[in-house]
Design a protein around this ligand. Structure first.
Ligand code: NAD
Ligand code: WQD
Length: 343
């Protein structure tokens, strides 16, 4: 069976994707420097699938180590998740983001081309769209200047790859995720970063469990039906499954262009208040929140046009906001239980 390299595979989306790949019988090799993840996840992946992925603790920015890796391992295709992703931090430390996210991509693409491993799926983001007038956003929407250095690394990453495929035997699918959230139904893997999360769903579950006293809804006078921002929250398992479809499209040479882009969203936008209510309904837990100031740089509303992914990939998100909230809550409870056992 093909050996799929999953960079950043110890992280949130990578670990869920490793599970889906292993369940489909692929061999999985994870490469991660554990800068925002923990090695225990390998254990959890094995518990779910009965198979342990190969693991190499390695920084993709370290060209020599990466070269040694490619010289000694036979890789058939790669899904590249490894990157820093904290938008706010990227504003404060732009070079850290440009170095990590771009150098890792360049090193990887160069070595893949050198080794004639020509299938790459790249983690892009809805952050490339910024604020758009026309909703839902489709893959042809013109991209404005990125709002943050992080978003810019995704725009530049896509450009690097689009230019590269023109002159190399290299095939790439860039997947633009909207707002991934939730956890595996087993509650054995979920979002478990080293850095404290700032995204809405983990903030909700951390507040509900008492890790945070209260949470703030950032702004209530946007021009949306209830005044709060609208996003397209998509279950991480749906995202993981889309990666299997995308890598198989490349492996089986079904791609129509050497560089393809697909949105990964549900196609439905939900407001912050709707998300909070969905959490309360799914879990029967009341959330302590206050309405606060707008967060700098927040887009008012964005959700995905999923037509292209539905038609071309034959993929459609199957899970809904309540599934996201239920699974995220189950995962948060599991983390609490484990912390209790350790104390
Ligand atoms: P994550 O932080 O959980 O996972 C990323 C993993 O990459 C971590 O395990 C980290 O240790 C590793 N990593 C980072 N830099 C590395 C390097 N130089 N060498 C080796 N390993 C390195 O993040 P995630 O949420 O799983 O995101 C995965 C990808 O999806 C990222 O590229 C991110 O930008 C993108 N993305 C995420 C979201 C989201 O909301 N989670 C949305 C859109 C796009
Ligand atoms: C969602 C909504 C907040 C926290 C980010 C990145 C984007 C992509 C996805 C990587 C917003 C509101 C949040 C809180 C709140 N990631 N909120 N109180 O900002 O849409 O996108 O993650 O590529 O690039 O920018 O996601 O989860 O931070 O926020 O009211 O404590 O929840 O204002 O409207 P965002 P998010």
């Amino acid at each position: 069976m093909k050996n799929i390299l999953v960079t950043g595979g110890a992280g949130y989306i990578g670990s869920h994707t490793a599970v889906e790949l292993l369940n489909k019988g692929y061999r999985v090799t994870i490469l991660d420097n554990l800068s925002n993840s923990r090695a225990e996840v390998l254990h959890s992946i094995e518990k779910i699938t009965g198979k342990r992925p190969d693991f190499f603790e390695l920084d993709l920015c370290d060209r020599n180590s990466l070269e040694h890796f490619f010289n000694t391992q036979k890789i058939d295709a790669c899904i590249h998740f490894a990157a820093y992703k904290a938008v706010g931090e990227s504003v404060d430390e732009p070079l850290k983001y440009y170095r990590n996210n771009l150098l890792s991509l360049i090193n990887l693409a160069e070595l893949m081309i050198e080794k004639k491993t020509d299938h790459l799926v790249f983690s892009s983001s809805c952050s490339v769209y910024g604020e758009q007038d026309k909703l839902p956003v489709n893959e042809n929407s013109p991209l404005p200047k990125a709002e943050s250095p992080y978003g810019n690394t995704k725009q530049i990453g896509e450009e690097i790859l689009a230019d590269t495929v023109k002159v190399n035997p290299f095939n790439v699918i860039a997947l633009r995720y909207f707002n991934p959230a939730g956890a595996h139904e087993s509650a054995l893997i979920g979002e478990y970063p080293i850095q404290p999360p700032n995204n809405l769903v983990p903030v909700i579950t951390q507040t509900a469990i008492g890790k945070r006293k209260s949470m703030t809804v950032f702004g209530s006078d946007y021009s949306t039906p209830d005044g709060t921002c609208i996003r397209d929250y998509i279950h991480v398992v749906d995202i993981a499954k889309a990666h299997v479809v995308a890598i198989e499209r490349l492996i089986h040479k079904k791609n129509k262009n050497r560089f393809e882009v697909f949105n990964l969203g549900t196609g439905t936008g939900h407001s912050v208040m709707e998300a909070i209510h969905a959490f309360e309904k799914a879990t029967n837990v009341k959330l302590n929140y206050t309405i606060g100031e707008k967060r700098a740089g927040d887009v008012e509303k964005v959700w995905a046009d999923t037509e292209l992914a539905n038609q071309e990939l034959g993929w459609k998100a199957a899970l809904e906001l309540e599934d996201i909230m239920q699974s995220a809550w189950k995962w948060e409870l599991k983390l609490k239980e484990e912390a209790g056992v350790e104390n």
